[in-house]
Design a protein around this ligand. Sequence first.
Ligand SMILES: NC(=O)c1ccc[n+]([C@@H]2O[C@H](COP(=O)([O-])OP(=O)(O)OC[C@H]3O[C@@H](n4cnc5c(N)ncnc54)[C@H](OP(=O)(O)O)[C@@H]3O)[C@@H](O)[C@H]2O)c1
Length: 280
Amino acid sequence: MILITGANGQLGTDFQKILDREKEDYIATDVDDLDITDKDKIANFMKDRNIDIIINCAAYNNVDKAETDSDLCYKLNRDAPLYLAEAAQKTGAVFVTYSTDFVFDGSKGEPYKETDIPNPLSVYGKSKMEGEKGVLQCYNSSFIIRTSWVFGKANKNFNTQVIEWSKMNKELKIVDDQLSSPTYSYDLAIFSWMLINTGTFGLYHMSNGSEASKYDQAKYILEKIGWNGKLGRAKSSDFNLPAERPKYSKLDSEKLEKTVGKQIPDWKNAVDRYVEELNI
Ligand SMILES: NC(=O)c1ccc[n+]([C@@H]2O[C@H](COP(=O)([O-])OP(=O)(O)OC[C@H]3O[C@@H](n4cnc5c(N)ncnc54)[C@H](OP(=O)(O)O)[C@@H]3O)[C@@H](O)[C@H]2O)c1
C-alpha cells in the first residue's frame, strides 16, 4: 500500500493519476486526513496499514510568505519529512520526498548537479535544505528529488498567474533575470515513479528539459493562449519581493535520466500538454 501526503496539490494529484493507471493500491491524504507536522498522528496513521511506500507531496511553498511565517515553513519543510522518514524506517517502507532548486544561490552559471553545495538565499530554500539533510541522515531507503518551478492542473502556479494577469492587463512586464526550468507535475510524477521502481535510493534532480527565464515561460504560455497584449522585460530588482531568488538555478537531471534510462521532455512540450489538459 502506498501513502500519498499532500495529495490534493499539483504533484499529489498527478501521482494519483499514475497510480490509478498502474493499478497500484494507495491512500491519498491531505492536511485534513493527515497533518504531516503532527508526529504522533503520523505514527498512528501508519499502524496496521501495511504502508510500503510513503510519497510526501506536501510542503510549504509560499516563498515570499515564508520570510515572515518561518515557523510553519520549517515545520512542514524541515521537520515533517523527518517524521515521515522515521515512520518509514520503523516499518521498512520506502520514503520519497521533494526539494527545490532554491537550495542553490544561483552563482554557478551552469546546471546544478546533485554534488553541488547548496547555499540557499531564502527561508524557504533553507527549510528545504535542512529537510533534505534530516532525511538523508535518518534513513537510507529514501529518495529526495529536487525540482523547479512546478506547474500542474491542481493548484495555482506561475502559468495560471500569467493567464490571470493577461485577462486583466493589456501590458505585462515579467522578469528575465531568473532562469531555471518550468516542470510539469505530471512529468515529475511519472519520472519519480520510474525512479522509485529502480530502487536506487538517494538525491536526484528532476526538471523538464532546456532552460527558461520567467519572461520566456510567460511569453510561451501567452502565445499559446493567443493573448494580443504587449509583453515587456523586467528585472527582479523592479519588484520588491520579500524573498531573494537565485538568478540561475537550472537543475541537471542527467543522474535521474541515466538511472531510469529515459530522457525527460522539454519544458515547452510539457507546457503544450498542460494547456491541452486545461482545455483553454
Ligand atoms: N510549486 C513549485 O513551484 C515547486 C518548486 C520546487 C519544488 N517544489 C516541491 O515539489 C513538491 C510538490 O509541490 P506542489 O507544487 O505539488 O505543492 P502544492 O500544490 O502546494 O501541494 C502541497 C499540498 O500539501 C498540502 N499541505 C499543506 N500543509 C499540509 C500539512 N500540514 N499536512 C499535509 N498536507 C499539507 C497542501 O494543502 P493546502 O493547499 O491546503 O495548503 C497541498 O494540497 C513539494 O515538495 C514542493 O516543495 C515545488
